[in-house]
Design a protein around this ligand. Sequence first.
Ligand code: KG4
Ligand code: ZN
Length: 341
Amino acid sequence: MKILGIETSCDETGVAIYDDKQGLIANQLYSQIKLHADYGGVVPELASRDHIRKTVPLIKAALKQANLTANDIDGVAYTAGPGLIGALMVGASVGRSLAYAWNVPAVAVHHMEGHLLAPMLEDNPPEFPFVALLVSGGHTQLIKVTGVGEYALLGESIDDAAGEAFDKTAKLLGLDYPGGAKLSKLAEQGAASRFHFPRPMTDRPGLDFSFSGLKTAAANTIHQQEQDLDEQTKADIARAFEDALVDTLLIKSRRALDLTGFNRLVIAGGVSANKTLRNKLAKLMTDRKGQVYYPRLEFCTDNGAMIAYAGMIHLKASQFAELAIEVKPRWPLSELNINNK
Ligand code: KG4
Ligand code: ZN
């Protein structure tokens, strides 16, 4: 069985084809980063218009890449939420309409379930159960995962998401949007000892996060430097910020592992591309005689492959979308739970 997956929830148009026997057989991605860079963030209306331009050409390219025609496709999956409503509408309208025209089922995929299952595309996929740390531009969540459709939210950010904190701090350091990866690169040149930022909410019990205070601490330090904000100082601030954020994620992940008793940790979402985070969590899991799992770098950030994969699981379980074109800009992952249905 082959499924076409379409991702248009934010600023990446992703299209992929997943075959349940051969695995991923096509993957196409167009990033709108350049389009939004001048504005310092994603402009929703521009994002929607660009998805309109790119989605159909990428579908054609994916079919060509896999040497297939529309007749070979057994289902169409698209991201139905959470995300920007206009952007979601593009993928959902194209995906739902193609499924109708091709007379195959449509599958409405939850973007964060896509991220969560992305490590399943790798050679050594995690078995259930595991703790998932989902860290993207819009979400920071710890989830107890006991199977597909069995997601218990353990904790989440009460304000900025981890990626958002990275991007806002990067902007204060004069880096282009989205600055997460650029800040991390700059931090490599920084000294760990010069500045120290708080590890928010780690001194009290619980698994929720708060990153807006950390961003403010970085902002205050940047402003205090005034004329002295040279490249080395910027790198030192980037280093202190990254260390504080990564340590916070590590402390809460460790707590979630203690609470559940699980020894597998999945990290996914854009921030899971962060090298310091990967290394520190890998060490944490080695020390605990467990294992950490993450997607390859290109599947940490938004992509069509994870949507095609999640779509295949729902296709096989006969969980199809209605005929109506429906998107959910806000959509708690727990609504997917099989026990709720
Ligand atoms: O999952 P994603 O592509 O989009 C959302 O669903 O939000 O995540 C994008 C986020 C951005 O905030 C970006 O700055 C961050 O992931 N990011 C990183 C790195 N690569 C991407 N943050 C820190 N270090 C990185 N290497
Ligand atoms: Zn995402």
